[in-house]
Write a protein that binds this ligand. Structure first.
Ligand SMILES: [Zn+2]
Length: 409
């Protein structure tokens, strides 16, 4: 995040804001030092200071939280010849069948790839992402497009995670320990939950990702151990042609949603939300919580993350206000609807409609990117990043999470 921009204080006026899935109210919101300093129902109809933003006609929702992604794979295509029985079979197969494609993409500098991973999230209104893999130093810099959760420990999975006890021990106190588990449809995937329990790694600190092979007895065990779950249903559907049974898994106390990477998933986090509502029967208000409040609780994020509340972080997303509540909007929402993203009080994304409403001080150093039919102004060096990626993949050949991108002339 850009430090100098964070220092600005400004007011967002004219918008309604999302108080809950079925509740939105008109208010004036003050941002100070990166946080929400005040929410007032005394409405302003004009700017109080030169940095204020007129959001008349817009609905403000909390920044979304993507509970699971692999940021270095944002430019990869979907890879695989499904169906598979488990994640090990898939991994071995793609390294056999697609080794050239993997090597080519990996020859793009890793910092460039993970920055595109941040941009992929920013474009769909994600303000915080939980990255699964080793950290790159660039993710921790203030210039990274979105916030990356830093407090959690991780291991790949029971089969590929090496020494799980050592990985768990390396988790910071107060953080959670996140690992893929039960990703598949065979005995190996099914057994992973019970193996983790036998070695004492199934408890309230642990968060499992996928859980496709968890059955009713497994759900009961997770409830007893207070272990949370993050699901990525479109990825499961691609690899195993099987959907997670969310009506069963929802009995686990806390369950969140992640986009996973473009290697296996349908699209961005909004696409994943559509998928879980359409194919897994999750109601919009429950889906909304899976990418806001519950996700924040599972990942143990800063107080107020995933809600719009006083003293919470200034992480806000604006979409056009149609008069509906967010739960009614969610089934149709796509990256094209994301018109403004503010993270820690810094404007990180603005649509062409909103860039002109922004005071000069808040839109310095933003660059335009055309994504799949619409242009967004981003606080990221997209020109340089696209040039770096095109050096390897070819001019006009770069796709971000499957979406075409170019720099508008
Ligand atoms: Zn994953």
């Amino acid at each position: 995040m850009t430090e100098s921009i964070q220092q600005y204080s400004f007011t967002l006026y004219g918008a309604r804001y999302v108080k809950g899935p079925w509740e939105s109210i008109a208010a004036t919101i003050q941002i100070r030092a990166g946080s929400i300093a005040d929410i007032s129902q005394t409405l302003c109809h004009g700017p109080i200071s030169r940095n204020d933003i007129d959001l008349d006609g817009f609905l403000l929702m909390p920044g979304l939280i993507n509970a699971h992604d692999h940021l270095a794979f944002a430019l990869f295509p979907k890879l695989g010849n499904p169906p598979y029985r488990n994640y090990i079979e898939w991994g071995e197969d793609i390294h056999r069948q697609f080794s050239e494609c993997i090597a080519k993409h990996k020859s793009i500098p890793k910092d460039v790839r993970v920055l595109w991973g941040g941009i992929r999230n920013l474009l769909c209104g994600v303000t915080t992402v939980s990255h699964h893999d080793a950290f790159s130093p660039v993710m921790l810099t203030k210039g990274f497009p979105v916030k990356v959760v830093q407090t959690n420990g991780w291991a790949h999975s029971p089969a590929l995670g090496g020494n799980l006890h050592a990985a768990r021990k390396a988790t910071r106190p107060g953080g959670t320990f996140v690992l893929h588990a039960c990703e598949g449809i065979d005995d190996l995937a099914y057994e992973e939950l019970w193996k983790l329990d036998r070695v004492g790694l199934l408890d309230a600190e642990t968060v499992l990702v996928h859980g496709l092979a968890i059955d009713a007895i497994g759900v009961e065990l997770m409830r007893q151990r207070a272990t949370s779950l993050i699901v990525c249903p479109s990825s499961n559907n691609f690899l195993f042609e099987r959907l997670p049974d969310i009506s069963l898994l929802a009995k686990i106390e806390k369950i969140a949603l992640g986009s996973d990477s473009p290697l296996t998933a349908e699209g961005d986090l909004l696409d994943e939300l559509h998928f879980i509502m359409r194919y897994c029967g999750v109601a919009p208000h429950a889906a909304y919580r899976m990418v806001t409040e519950t996700s924040s609780e599972i990942l143990r994020l800063e107080s107020g993350t995933g809600r719009i509340k006083i003293d919470g972080p200034g992480d806000l997303v604006a979409i056009r206000d149609t008069g509906q509540d967010i739960a009614a909007r969610l089934p149709q929402l796509s990256h094209r609807d994301i018109e403004l993203v503010i993270i820690n009080g810094s404007v990180q994304l603005a649509s062409e409609a909103l860039i002109d409403r922004l005071p000069h001080s808040l839109k310095q150093c933003m660059e335009p990117l055309w994504v799949d039919g619409s242009t967004r102004w981003l606080r990221a060096p997209v020109g340089m990043l696209l040039e770096q990626a095109e050096k390897v993949l070819g001019i006009g050949q770069v796709k971000l999470g499957g979406k075409s991108i170019h720099i508008p002339v």
